[in-house]
Design a protein around this ligand. Structure first.
Ligand code: CLF
Ligand code: SF4
Length: 305
């Protein structure tokens, strides 16, 4: 049956509204729009200590005041503490428009992520909810995230070839079992691809973070860019390796090497070039982390892994 004129008008109005809302969210997101980075800020709520995978470049046991990198936080907050912190920070810094959960582990391995989004969404419906994940549990958890109002999502994809992926993950924990090697890589790849596709289809603005790991995936980044272009990803962020853990012996890429790869990927997918690899508790403008200014007495924390 053909839709009548009234239905077509309603459909067009609804789709125009969605489109302009999508544009507003991007324009106010400091990571998605380079012009927004000097005007709008984000707050990261460190409510997610557990992780379900072990990446070979990740060490999350220490909190060092000199460090500024993903996976590090001074203190893990409960959802209620995160809400209280958000109230205080937003009151003082109303230019903050994005509430992000980015660790210090994987947000989808922690029920507190969902509790926090619920509390924040109820009290601050106009703020953008953002999350960064390794994607292992994305297909299962996406419907709940959408219900809670998530609108921007980052998935870390370091390879789209399981043979390369298996060099990057030491193991994953999926459905209560530890998986290693190519088996782990195949599960991870399948879930990442399924999750990203479903998120794009649901209208989320999806960003892909890719850690550039010399000698492991440096020749493969272009393949990732081509693949995610096909999937309708909004933007890609190629981040330099921070050499630690099992990859401590690898030399991080130079700024020149990274920028050459970004240039190669640019024709396929827009490149984010202003990432500051922020902490899991960073807040303020992304070029000026206020958590580093105001919270000087940091202590060693035990992170549940
Ligand atoms: Fe945080 Fe990430 Fe959301 Fe931004 S950070 S969860 S998309 S609100 Fe931004 Fe920080 Fe780079 Fe991430 S500068 S590490 S890209
Ligand atoms: Fe570390 Fe994130 Fe990898 Fe988990 S997914 S091991 S927190 S880098």
């Amino acid at each position: 049956m053909l839709p009548d004129e009234k239905n077509i008008k309603e459909y067009c109005t609804e789709s125009d509204t969605k489109d302009s809302e999508f544009k507003r969210i991007i324009a106010e997101h400091p990571c998605y729009d380079k012009n927004a980075q000097h005007k709008f800020g984000r707050i990261h709520l460190p409510v997610a200590p557990a992780c379900n995978v072990q990446c070979n470049f990740c060490v999350r046991e220490f909190d060092c005041v000199n460090e500024s990198r993903p996976g590090v936080t001074s203190k893990v907050l409960t959802p209620q503490e995160a809400l209280e912190k958000t109230r205080d920070v937003i009151k003082e810094h109303p230019f903050i428009k994005v509430i992000g959960i980015a660790g210090p582990g994987d947000p989808l391995a922690n029920d507190e992520t969902f509790e926090t989004f619920k509390l924040i969404g109820d009290e601050f419906p106009d703020l953008t909810l953002c999350m960064s994940t390794n994607g292992l549990y994305l297909p299962q958890k996406l419907p709940e995230l959408i219900r809670l109002g998530l609108s921007t999502l980052t998935v870390t994809v370091n390879a789209v070839d399981p043979k390369i992926m298996e060099k990057i993950y030491s193991h994953i924990i999926y459905d209560g079992k530890v998986h290693k090697g190519i088996e782990a890589a195949m599960i991870m790849h399948k879930n990442q691809m399924e999750g990203i596709k479903a998120a794009v289809d649901a209208g989320l603005a999806v960003k892909i973070n890719t850690v550039l790991i010399p000698t492991i995936n440096d020749d493969h980044i272009i393949d990732i860019a081509k693949q995610i272009k096909e999937m309708g990803v909004y933007i890609m962020n190629v981040m330099p390796l921070i050499s630690q853990g099992a990859f401590a012996h690898l030399t991080p890429p130079t700024a020149h090497e990274r920028s050459a790869i970004q240039k190669e990927c640019e024709p396929y997918v827009t490149q984010m070039k202003h990432c500051r690899q922020c902490r899991a508790d960073a807040y303020g403008l992304i070029g000026e982390d206020l958590s580093q200014v105001s919270d000087k007495r940091r202590k060693l924390i035990q992170i549940k892994t």
